[in-house]
Design a protein around this ligand. Structure first.
Ligand SMILES: C[S@@+](CC[C@H](N)C(=O)[O-])C[C@H]1O[C@@H](n2cnc3c(N)ncnc32)[C@H](O)[C@@H]1O
Length: 297
């Protein structure tokens, strides 16, 4: 039960004690109880995470440590850690890590999940009350690197849709991939044969769902088939370019901070296709909004 609920109950009792204690309890963090994930569910979580040798696997609210320890047993190279608010569970988990001979690469810390450092991790497990996971969502988005895999079961992440669900078995197990931040203004140039073109794009984003529009000269187009998975971004664009006609583009690249690097396949109406490097950079202003005028074809 959360302390918030406890506070509500106290408030329901009435009286001076309730009046004094309720605001105090409401000011506290929320905590989930310890309920261990069933071992078959743990196995499914680890499978869905597709653990690789270089992974750093963590569990926010690690309980008896079973998720990180299971991952470590399955892959002798991964590193990992867990944090839990319950000191006894942390002690037990560290003893179990020693007993299993993995304490050199797996550690458990007595810490609040909100104080965990998520910058270097690649796989995040958590099975907490939904409201607690909802409160952690912005921390994950802000701190975890694009491509970080987030897993839970039974519950979901609110408006952030899962990238994959495994619904075969007991409780549904879900995988969410932290998307790169693509929202904003982007510019790139393409050296099409005999025709240098500058593109000014605007991307909008909600989690892994992204949309985009672009301007080249006085022509505008809409990105189609936009796919954002971690740092991997791809989309197609069909638009008329002055001097070339209706041109089909297939962009694919990796987003790294304020840069995107990849390739674009460009097919022009004369039947020619070229593959070019694609290097986009984030900008603070955009030519997309420049006056277009009324002299458009
Ligand atoms: C439902 S259990 C899940 C345990 C484990 N992850 C598993 O799946 O078997 C939730 C765990 O989170 C811990 N916990 C709850 N709130 C926490 C907080 N704010 N910071 C750290 N740990 C927390 C609890 O002590 C409990 O061990």
């Amino acid at each position: 039960m959360t302390l918030t609920l406890t506070a509500r109950r106290l408030a329901g009792l009435g009286g001076l004690a309730a009046l004094l204690l309720a605001p105090l309890a409401l000011a506290q963090e929320r905590f989930s109880l310890f309920v261990p994930s069933a071992q078959p569910t743990v196995e499914r979580l680890v499978k869905l995470a597709r653990i690789q040798d270089s992974d750093v696997v963590v569990d926010l609210g690690s309980g008896d440590g079973r998720i990180v320890l299971t991952a470590a047993r399955q892959n002798p190279k991964i590193r990992g850690w867990g944090v839990d608010i319950n000191e006894n569970l942390v002690r037990q988990s560290n003893e179990e890590a020693k007993r299993q001979g993995v304490a050199d690469r797996i550690q458990f810390h007595h810490r609040n999940v909100f104080d965990a450092d998520l910058r270097e991790v690649t796989v995040i497990n958590m099975w907490l009350f939904p409201e607690l996971m909802r409160l952690l969502r912005p921390k994950i988005m802000a701190e975890a690197r694009p491509g970080t895999r987030v897993l839970t079961h039974l519950f979901d992440m609110g408006a952030w849709p899962a990238d994959e669900w495994d619904k075969e078995g007991g409780s549904a197990v879900g995988l969410w991939i932290v998307p790169a931040r693509v929202e904003g203004y982007w510019n790139w140039q393409l050296a099409l044969p005999g025709l240098p073109v500058s593109y000014d794009a605007i991307m909008e984003q909600r989690f892994q769902m992204a949309e985009g529009v672009v301007r080249a000269g006085n022509r505008r187009g809409i990105f189609q088939n936009v796919r954002l998975r971690g740092e991997d971004l791809s989309f197609t664009l069909e638009m008329t370019l002055d001097g070339a006609g209706l041109t089909r583009h297939e962009f694919s690249g990796k987003v790294s901070g304020d840069q995107i690097r990849g390739t674009v396949r460009v097919a022009t109406p004369d039947g020619k296709t070229v593959e070019l490097p694609w290097q986009a950079r984030r900008t603070t202003t955009t030519a997309y909004f420049r006056p277009t005028g009324i002299d458009t074809k």
